[in-house]
Each structure stands twice: as structure tokens, then as C-alpha cells.
Design a protein around this ligand. Sequence first.
Ligand SMILES: *[C@@H]1O[C@H](CO)[C@@H](O)[C@H](O)[C@H]1NC(C)=O
Ligand SMILES: *[C@@H]1O[C@H](CO)[C@@H](O)[C@H](O)[C@H]1NC(C)=O
Ligand SMILES: [Zn+2]
Length: 411
Amino acid sequence: MLSLPALRLALAAFIQPVLSASIPETQHTALSTRDVSACRLQAPAGVYLSLGFDYAGPCAPSTGTLRAFMFFVDFPDHPAPSTEDPQALYDEYFSAAPGWYAQASYGRLALNVTLEGDGSSSAPRFVRMGARADSYGWQRGLTYEAHQTYVLDALDAYTAATGRAAPTGYDVLYVVPTTRAAPISFSPTFMGEVRQRGSPSSAPPVAGKAVTIGMDAYATWKSKVINHETGHTMCLPDLYPEGRDVGLYVGGWDMMGYILGPSPDYFAWSQWRLGWISDAQVECVSGPGSSAHTLSALELDDGTRGGTKAVVVRHNGTDVLVAEARTRAGVDSASCATGVLLYTVSVATATGNGPVRVLDTKPNSGGCGGHEKNDAPLSTVGTSFTVPGWNVKVTLTGQCGSQYTIRVDVS
Ligand SMILES: *[C@@H]1O[C@H](CO)[C@@H](O)[C@H](O)[C@H]1NC(C)=O
Ligand SMILES: *[C@@H]1O[C@H](CO)[C@@H](O)[C@H](O)[C@H]1NC(C)=O
Ligand SMILES: [Zn+2]
């Protein structure tokens, strides 16, 4: 019996001479790569936060305006010091988040954060939670129920302290604690709909999802924790493995991997799915042959159509290879290596299990910026990389400024 790879090889050997004999290669490229339907892999049912298209959701909007409401809490056991000012906390730690989205999305996503107190005569203030900060179980690993209790307690504290009804109709609620609330150690996203306790089921929800900020935001991540967690509200998965080398799968190449990586732009595949990159900016290779492509820097918004931001090579119904040009620009201005980045995407792989794997074209180099994979791209003209087991070879054929040309050979 023929194994699947052997069959694929046999088919390829049959098809390739026919193709190259009947159609000149340039024309073959023009015809075959503009139709992206074969590369637009759908999210299979039951894969949590699959990177496929048309994920069931619900997901916060990723284009237009994402409406967020932020308010501030402190605790009977961890009160905010009188010197701490919520507006100043926002300005210092979180105010860079909307600008990051504006830049990364080429202006397609506006994160509009309304602070508690906006539009009224009072400045934002801390509302005192009824329960102690250490009563929610952050240290033991937060359960869904305890997290929901925390969000609902915060809303009750909000209405009690302000005398106003809870806000409604937001996409995301951000609950921000005083910097002194040590037990609120990390910053998870609550993926369920948020409704205030006791509100009638006919009432509009407070928000579609909630992000609860923790001490790690102040100690380490700052505004980028908003860009990572809000990514989850838009149904993006975690690209790092839980409890292991955080760069194992994608190094520092995407905000949903290592938050402080040197090149944190969301991968082109994710940007395509979010609607930041259009079909016209994607080229799709869905069969055997050789094709040439020009990639423009992912970080740059260069013209109305923006150039080609991703070349996607379909492997099968769940897996693709993506090539994109990453440069030291925009949100990647601190990148420690540039060039054509190659990675595989599996839409059948759930969050945290490695739905994206960056392919390291310079293995065992020591990497840069603290991780082996941070120098993964093809960067020298004339070099190529063959994806193990996939019969796909990508060659960097030229570079002019931030434009890279590649050839893709599928056998
Ligand atoms: C942001 O949201 C506030 C409150 O919902 C609204 O008044 C304001 O117009 C919005 N700003 C933008 C730029 O959308
Ligand atoms: C697609 O290819 C990947 C990688 O080779 C493999 O793990 C997966 O099982 C394949 N999926 C299907 C549906 O054939
Ligand atoms: Zn995450």
C-alpha cells in the first residue's frame, strides 16, 4: 500500500511536467496565487481558539472600534495609598495600548478606552471591593467561577461606590487593581459575557468579555498586557506553551507568544484573520510547481493596497506554511533579526498547544534577543529552507529595501 507522502510524491511527479509544459511559469504564478480560497482554512468545530477562519466565537471586534471600559479597584486588605491616582496609573502603564493597535492594524482597529469618571465631573477613583484580595484564589490557579466572582464583585463595588448603574454595551471591560494588591498576581481574560448580578436577562450585557489586570502588568508587561489579553478577546490563541520555555514555538515573533519579544507584531496569518490584511494582500500556493513572490514589510502600511504581506502555501485541510517579511520598523522597531520569516499554522491545534511553529532557518546559532528562534528568518539572498516532511522549499531570491522576493517550490 502507498503511504500518503509517497502518493503525494507520485501525484506531484505526474502533475508537475504537465503544468510546466502547458503554462509559462510567470503566468502560472499570476493565475494560481491570487485566488486565496484554498488557503483560507476554516476553524474546525471544537478546537478552542483555533486560528482558522470563521471561528465560532463570540469574539470582540478586530476592525473598526473596539469599545472598552476601564475602572479601578482596591481591597479592604490592600487599600490603594492616597498618593495613587488611577488616571496616572492609566497614563503610565496602559495608555500606549491603543497606539500599538493603531500601528499594528494599519489604522483598522481603534481601541477606545473609556475610563470610569469620563464624561462625569469626577476623575477616576478606586472603588473598594467587598472581599479581600486573597479570597479569589489567584495563587492557587484561578478557576472560571472564581474569576467570574471577581468581575461581578468589582461591578457591585462600582455601583455601590459611584451610585451609577453598571456600564453597558462595551466589547471589553478592564478591571485594574491598585499596585498594592499583591494577591492579584497575573492578568487573565474572562472569556464569558459579563452581566451584573441581578440584572434582568433582557438587559444588555456590561461587556462581551473582561480582562482583569494583575501585578505582573506593573512589574513586567505594562501596556503590552492589554495588547496580549485583548488579543484573546478577539479570539486569538496563546502561542506559547504553558509552563515551559515561553519561546518554544514562536520565539519572540508575536505578541500572543512572548509579550516582550523583540518582534511583537501579530503574525500575518492572524492579521489576515483579524481583517487587518485583505485577501488582495495574500498570495496562495495550493499545488505543486514553482512560483515567485514579492513580500512587503509586514510592519509598514505602504500604499492603499499595502503590497503582499503573506505568501501562504497550503499543505492540507488543516495546515499551511506562511512566509512574511519582518523588518525593524513599526511595532517591530526593536527586532534583532530581519528577513523572510517562515512558520506553519495548524487550525486543528488549540491555544497553548503550538498552533504556530516558527521554522528556524539558522538552528543552533544561539539566536538573538534572548532566544534561539529570534534570528529564524531567511536573511541572506540565495539561501533557502526546506520544510521537513512537506516537500516545500522557500528560497530568498532578492531584497530591495524592505521588499523581499522569494521563490516557492512545491514538489
Ligand atoms: C470613545 O467612546 C466614547 C464613549 O463611548 C465616545 O464618547 C467617543 O466618541 C469614542 N471615541 C471614538 C474616537 O470613537
Ligand atoms: C496535515 O498535515 C499535518 C502536518 O504534516 C499533519 O499533522 C496533519 O495530520 C494533516 N492533517 C490532515 C487533515 O491530513
Ligand atoms: Zn494569553
